[in-house]
Design a protein around this ligand. Structure first.
Ligand SMILES: Nc1ncnc2c1ncn2[C@@H]1O[C@H](COP(=O)(O)OP(=O)(O)OP(=O)(O)O)[C@@H](O)[C@H]1O
Length: 762
């Protein structure tokens, strides 16, 4: 085989790429990339070709061997070099040199000058020359039956003879051989044999030449096949290399593609994560959207219900609309009728306007008459007051208090009224007071029954008559109704003095100041409101008024300013009478703008009195309070008037022995001062009653701070009202009788004619 394989047949093991492991690579360029299958096919074809080549070679070798064996006896040593020197060194199967005719053994021997080797040696020497494959297989033995083999033995012997004939060959046993006669005969025989052999050799050579020519032709064919196979092999190798290169390229591309696939996988993983996140987000949004959808559906359902209800309403409204349309038509008909009526009425209105104009003129005339009538009313009012007397006395009996019923119950004795009958209990507590004048309410009758020493019941009755008697049930407004005319007099320019007289707890403060609400408001707030109301009304008649307020307290003959800020009983206030008006030094005179402001002032005064009361017990009961409202007005015609309203809450009038103050120095002083001032008041009233028309009659105003302060309001020029407050309790019967007797004395006093303090502009 080595004879047909070119020297570069090592292509299978050289220049293979590293990636190829199963086969060796070729350094030849790979024209195109073949798939593995193609590469395998190429390799398979290559292997098949090589196997065929080996098979042919082996066949041919066997045949050659046969031929060689056949010819071995003749020229075995010469044939082998011719065969072994086949292809050129470049392996491309160069031209086969023609087989040269083999030299004879004798010639060879002669040329070399050596003795002919033995057959075994010759065989041994030719074995490697035949190019046996290195399989270790023993070389083919010479067949004993073949003719050439027999011939081959003969030349060896002949050669031995030749050598001997030349006389140069040493003896086989090593000794020199001398020619003899026998030897010459045998030499002739040998020559003959030699010739015969030479002929045979010639024939053999001729046959051999023919065989060589045939073999050369076969060799040529084989070489052509070999070349073709080599060309195929080369092509296949190139294809294989190309395929491998393609494979390498593909593998690189595959590696790159794998990297790209890995990158894509990572990217896809990231994208999948993002998509998962996005999906979760979308799912969350979907849930929210579903929730919204559910809410929206609920809303929609509600809206549908609303729409249904609205549709029903609309249907109802449509019906109503139809009804209203019908009514509207009817009304339009009525309207047209009314329009015609309106036209008639317009004519009437024009006539009425004319009449109204006439009426307005009449009203103006009547208003003028009213103003004249007002002046007349004032004159008549004053006349009435004069006829009634300028000092008037009202008597007011307060109702029994629940607390007094309770205390009477606790004091009730055996045989007295039962607590189960409150009316009987109340009657038992109350003094017997009767009001016989049911028409004019001017009388009050007190009665009591006592047992005489003889056991007979002695009944006493005391009748009293005043300008007006108010029973316990009478309200504040009823009392004020009687007082209002008097209060109004101050707006007409009179000095008015209203004072409440009575024992402690008889209701003086309640009457003058009253409670905090509208119903229980006393005379002071009501009188102020009345004055404000009247002045407001008189504005339309051209009068403009200015009002000031002052609130004083007289305690132990000391004046305290209830509207001031100074400490009680410390500041010295002096009473000054100047030109018919009274002034107290350092006392606050507050301009009054509204009834509410007056109420606030009264509350402030009350709180100052309460603070002072903590220092001295029962101060409000033991002092006189004087609220003074001064009013000055003027009208468009220049007429002016000045008046004052004094509302006095006197201290308790109880007697010293009944007050229980005899043992208390302070209470004793209080009581003495109270009695002194009340006596001075009685004296002043009495003096005024006695005065009559006597101008020089002395009136003891200075005997007390109270009378001195009220001097201008207790003169004959003023209007005075005393409200006698009585306790309804039977226990206070004695004090009530004393107060009634004092009030009767005052009531019987005639102060003379009140004078109006008015000036007409000159
Ligand atoms: N007409 C009345 N209706 C209802 N309650 C009255 C009436 N008069 C007085 N009272 C109540 O009787 C109690 C005593 O009245 P009030 O304080 O006015 O007597 P007072 O004579 O002013 O006593 P003091 O001299 O101690 O000031 C108070 O609780 C008052 O509310």
């Amino acid at each position: 085989m080595s004879r047909f394989v070119p020297s570069n047949a090592t292509f299978t093991t050289s220049g293979l790429p590293k990636l190829t492991t199963s086969t060796s690579t070729s350094s030849l360029p790979v024209p195109k990339l073949l798939p593995h299958k193609s590469i395998n096919n190429v390799a398979t074809r290559q292997r098949t070709a090589m196997a065929n080549l080996n098979t042919n070679t082996l066949k041919r070798k066997n045949r050659d061997e046969d031929d060689d064996e056949a010819k071995e006896a003749m020229d075995q040593p010469r044939k082998l070099p011719a065969i072994s020197g086949g292809p050129g060194k470049n392996g491309t199967g160069g031209p086969v040199r023609p087989v040269r005719p083999m030299r004879t053994a004798s010639a060879t021997t002669a040329a070399t000058g050596t003795s002919m080797p033995r057959n075994r040696q010759a065989s041994g020497s030719t074995a490697p020359m035949r190019g046996k494959p290195p399989t270790g297989r023993p070389p083919p033995r010479t067949r004993a039956t073949s003719a050439p083999a027999k011939s081959a033995v003969q030349p060896r012997n002949a050669a031995t003879s030749t050598t001997a004939a030349r006389g140069r060959a040493p003896s086989a046993r090593g000794g020199p051989v001398r020619p003899g006669p026998v030897t010459r005969a045998s030499a002739a025989v040998n020559n003959q044999q030699f010739n015969t052999l030479q002929n045979k050799v010639s024939a053999i050579e001729t046959a051999r030449a023919a065989d060589a020519a045939r073999v050369a032709a076969e060799m040529e064919a084989e070489r052509a096949k070999m070349a073709e196979l080599q060309a195929n092999h080369l092509t296949l190798s190139q294809e294989l290399a190309e395929a491998r290169n393609q494979e390498v390229t593909q593998r690189r591309e595959l590696v790159n593609a794998s990297g790209q696939i890995e990158d894509m996988k990572r990217r896809h993983a990231r994208e999948i994560d993002e998509l998962d996140e996005s999906l979760r987000k979308k799912e969350r949004e979907l849930r929210e959207t579903k929730e919204e959808l559910r809410c929206t559906q609920e809303d929609l359902e509600r809206e549908r219900e609303a729409v249904t209800s609205l549709k029903a309403t609309v249907a109802h409204q449509s019906t109503a609309h139809i009804t209203l349309s019908a009514q509207n038509s009817a009304l339009e008909a009525q309207l047209s009728a009314l329009k015609s009526t309106l036209d008639c009425r317009a004519q009437d209105a024009a006539e009425l306007r004319l009449q109204l104009e006439n009426a307005r003129k009449m009203v103006e005339e009547l208003e003028e008459e009213v103003r004249d009538a007002e002046m007349t009313r004032r004159r008549l009012h004053n006349t009435i007051q004069e006829l009634k007397g300028n000092i008037r006395v009202f008597c007011r009996v307060r109702p029994i208090l629940p607390s007094e019923i309770q205390s009477s119950l606790s004091r009730s004795t055996i045989g007295g009224p039962s607590s189960d009958d409150p009316e009987a209990l109340k009657a038992a507590c109350m003094a017997r007071m009767e009001y016989p004048d049911r028409k004019d309410h001017k009388e009050i009758v007190l009665s009591s029954s006592t047992e005489s020493a003889t056991g007979q019941e002695r009944k006493e009755t005391w009748n009293f008559s005043f300008d007006r008697v108010f029973e316990p049930h009478c309200s504040q407004s009823e009392v004020f109704e009687e007082i209002s005319q008097l209060a109004q007099s101050c707006t007409d320019g009179y000095n008015v003095c209203i004072f409440a007289y009575g024992q402690t707890g008889s209701g003086k403060s309640y009457t003058m100041e009253g409670g905090s609400d509208e119903e229980t408001a006393g005379m002071i707030p009501r009188a102020v409101e009345q004055v404000f109301r009247v002045t407001e009304q008189l504005k339309s008649k051209g009068w403009d008024y200015k009002m000031d307020g002052q609130f004083l307290e007289i305690y132990n003959e000391t004046i305290n300013d209830l509207l001031g800020k100074g400490e009680f009983d410390k500041k010295k206030h002096e009473i000054k009478h100047e030109k018919g008006s009274t002034r107290v030094t350092d006392a606050v005179v507050a301009p009054l703008k509204s009834p509410s402001q007056v109420r606030a002032l009264l509350q402030m005064a009350q709180s100052r009195r309460t603070v002072a009361a903590t220092l001295m017990n029962e101060r409000s009961s033991r002092s006189h309070s004087v609220f003074t409202l001064r009013i000055s007005g003027s009208n468009d015609s220049g007429e002016t008037c000045e008046g004052s309203l004094n509302l006095v809450d006197l201290a308790g009038s109880e007697r010293l022995n009944s007050s229980g103050a005899a043992n208390d120095k302070d209470r004793l002083k209080e009581t003495q001062n109270i009695n002194k001032s009340l006596s001075a008041l009685a004296d002043v009233i009495a003096a005024l009653g006695e005065k009559g028309d006597k101008a020089d009659k002395h009136i003891p105003y200075r005997n007390s701070k109270l009378t001195y302060l009220l001097q201008n309001s207790l003169s004959g020029n003023s209007k005075t009202l005393m409200v006698l407050n009585l306790s309804p309790l039977a226990a206070h019967m004695g004090e009530s009788l004393c107060s009634l007797r004092f009030a009767t004395k005052v009531n019987n006093t005639t102060l003379g004619t009140a004078k109006r303090q008015a000036r007409v502009a000159s």
